[in-house]
Design a protein around this ligand. Sequence first.
Ligand SMILES: NCc1[nH]cc(CCC(=O)O)c1CC(=O)O
Length: 328
Amino acid sequence: MTDNSPLGAGATKPLRLGTRRSKLAMAQSGLIADAVSEVTGRAVELVEITTYGDTSREHLSQIGGTGVFVAALRDALLRGEVDFAVHSLKDLPTAQPEGLVLAAVPVREDPRDVLVARDGLTFEQLPSGARVGTGSPRRMAQLNAYARNHGLDFETVPIRGNVDTRIGFVRSGELDAVVLAAAGLSRLGRIGEVTDFLSVDTVLPAPGQGALAIECAATSADLAAALAELDDPYTRAAVTAERALLAALEAGCSAPVGALADLLVDGQAVNELRLRGVVGSTDGSSLVQMSTTGPVPTSHDDAAALGRELASEMLAKGAAGLMGERAL
Ligand SMILES: NCc1[nH]cc(CCC(=O)O)c1CC(=O)O
């Protein structure tokens, strides 16, 4: 049964980790490669796979948003060209494809968004007319809503590109600031360039932000079991709730939806999971922001139920109307 499985008896070749070629993907894959090598006792080699998202200059919203970076990696997994893959969980479509399993969700990094601004500027210090780059409708909606509510008048500017490109807009003086995920910068060793960490009360991160997903073929049961040693049950529960919220809103990864689940700790005991969600129009003129709590989930279904529950409350408050506004 395990004859041609990657961890089967007699298998001696390195495990093949399919990865995008971007610096961020390589950094993430490198970290997981080391961890997998440790739990399996096997060498891991990186196999570079180019995706349409890596070569296209179009805006993500135009090429379909959800999953453009992921499809090629998944095809390689399903064809058996690689044994496993590492994704940024926030880029992963919520539907789990037939034939693949989410073998592990390791401990999440800092989920927050951050500002990289010229001259060390913090968010509150952005001057009137400052140009703040982000390609994310979620970030735009929340930044613009905050500006409206606090009398700030910076301008959000749609951009795309990898981390180097985006920070480059600030270094060249084209933009005053850009907004990025802390986790990506941290994995690239560039967290020192952050000039402000945005409170999640101001900008709620994308569902799954800061977490990685390790995926393999469902037929590689022994590999999936070994990878599961890298799973963190709390991170898994949190991102399951966040992604169930996203799915129930019928929104994709480029929709203006933020979600963050975290554990509420009372004394020493972890006793509740809180889930916060936000949907907004990209100009920030309307925002549906809600929160719920439930017992710490002990199953995938319980975690997902919390997400669905909050989604239906948000839909009752008009969330669907805001998500129609997909354009940058
Ligand atoms: N959309 C691209 C993307 N996908 C994952 C990360 C960062 C790492 C993470 O959130 O886990 C980034 C860059 C960013 O948003 O700044």
